[in-house]
Design a protein around this ligand. Structure first.
Ligand code: 6PG
Length: 242
């Protein structure tokens, strides 16, 4: 990992606005370099301020959605109509408001009638196929958005969970978390896949999460206890805190 940055904001609105700018800048740089931009969206509530800003055409007339490909870092194993669905949150606040081709959107759950494990395998295949079709030797997302829970989890990599030590699979099904809500099975990208990305942006709010971040940055964090400490992208790790 080359560089780590921390930016503190007075409000979550200000943080969301800066995050939207960073996404746009990374999109243009990625497209100039390789002709497309891969963005991994996070779940939970924090992105709810970011998505409407990204959807605001007046602010982002030059956001190249036609060359932008969207993925999810994790998803709850619920239908796309459920209020707990990370896809639904993004669809309601962003996807339904922008001109992005359907084929550019890689929903993590393909088929609720299949098991979480099968959906995870199929998602991994789709990711491999995506990069193979673009003759990318390595699988590496341009920008991954991540949140962090008050227990230090990120994506759906929860403390003391088996997926922490997964070093082959890129996407895994994980059982319902004991502490985090909603307590439903999840599908998550693994450290193997997340850390192959170029840049990762954490968006966190609140004093508890800031304290966890400080522990991570001081290298006093045990990855089993604080999985977010296991995030080490290839180029830049950026923490936005409000
Ligand atoms: C999920 C998320 C999860 C989230 C954190 C923070 O599916 O729950 O991906 O990792 O990012 O729990 O959630 P908040 O932003 O709601 O605090």
């Amino acid at each position: 990992m080359k560089k780590t940055f921390v930016r503190c904001f007075h409000s979550s609105e200000e943080m969301a606005s800066s995050a939207a700018e960073l996404i746009r800048e990374t999109a243009h740089n990625s497209i100039a370099r390789q002709g497309f931009f891969t963005l991994v969206l996070s779940g939970g509530k924090t992105p709810e301020k970011l998505f409407p800003l990204l959807a605001k055409k007046v602010l982002f007339t030059d956001m190249p959605w036609d060359k932008t490909y969207l993925f999810w870092g994790d998803e709850r194993f619920v239908s796309a109509e459920s209020a707990d669905s990370n896809f639904k949150t993004a669809n309601d606040l962003l996807l339904s408001k922008i001109n992005i081709p359907e084929r550019n959107i890689y929903n993590m759950i393909g088929n609720m009638s299949e098991t979480p494990e099968t959906n995870a395998e199929q998602y991994e295949s789709k990711i491999r196929q995506f990069f193979h079709e673009r003759r990318s030797e390595i699988i590496s997302f341009d920008l991954v958005l991540l949140g962090m829970g008050n227990d230090g989890h990120t994506a759906s990599i929860f403390p003391n969970s088996a997926v922490i030590s997964e070093n082959k699979k890129l996407v895994c099904a994980v059982p319902a978390p004991k502490a985090a809500k909603p307590a439903v099975p999840r599908i998550t990208m693994t450290f193997q896949l997340l850390n192959s990305s170029r840049n990762i942006l954490f968006l966190i709010s609140g004093p508890e999460k800031k304290t966890i971040m400080e522990k991570i940055l001081s290298s006093n964090a045990n990855i089993a206890e604080i999985p977010a400490a296991g995030i080490t992208p290839k180029d830049e790790l950026v923490w936005y805190v409000s």
